[in-house]
Design a protein around this ligand. Sequence first.
Ligand code: GSH
Length: 208
Amino acid sequence: MALTIYGIAFSRAFRSLWAANELGLDYTHVPTHFMKESKQPDYLAVNPNGRVPAMVDGDVVLFESMAINLYLARTYGAPLRIDDPVDEARAVQWSFWGITELESTLLRAMFTSLGLFGEEADPAKANETLNKGAGRALTVLDRHLDGRDWLVGGNFSVADLNVAGVLNLALSGRLDLSPWPNVKGWLDRCYGRPGAMKTLEMARSASR
Ligand SMILES: N[C@@H](CCC(=O)N[C@@H](CS)C(=O)NCC(=O)O)C(=O)O
């Protein structure tokens, strides 16, 4: 089956490109930009939302980065798949959690920190936004990671990739994660993986 992932790496498509790289898959990357290109009819036929990422794998067409990654993990296996159904549900739990509890605050804080989209760069204000909007969730994550290397079971899995993928916004925005040392250590483990480093390089070249 031919796998295609749409979306420039400097976007939420980063998460699904990271999953494909982590799995060592042979795939076609179509670097659709999230502004004009994602609103063209040929792309809207793949993802009618006009957002990236999207994925086509044979006759399977998906949008939503978390769903794409859960599909890739289940379909292609190690090192992302979780075989135990309860642990797999925990991966779904953490994926929803990352999107609902963290993402919007991280985005806002990143824009403020870097001065994007008309905002004045203000790292102190960005860290205030982070603490106010996501401090409680980050403390939950920090406590969960106390004495654990990975979110679910004993190994790196799609659960780690999905939540760390959302937290890439904090790394890109150079936000201060020092109040949550277990989160920092776990992010270092996640982003030290070759699949993550390859995808970060793709994101860097896309943003140049
Ligand atoms: N919940 C979606 C969000 C996708 C999303 O909003 N992507 C942005 C790029 S990072 C986009 O395509 N924005 C274009 C737009 O909103 O028109 C996912 O996780 O896949």
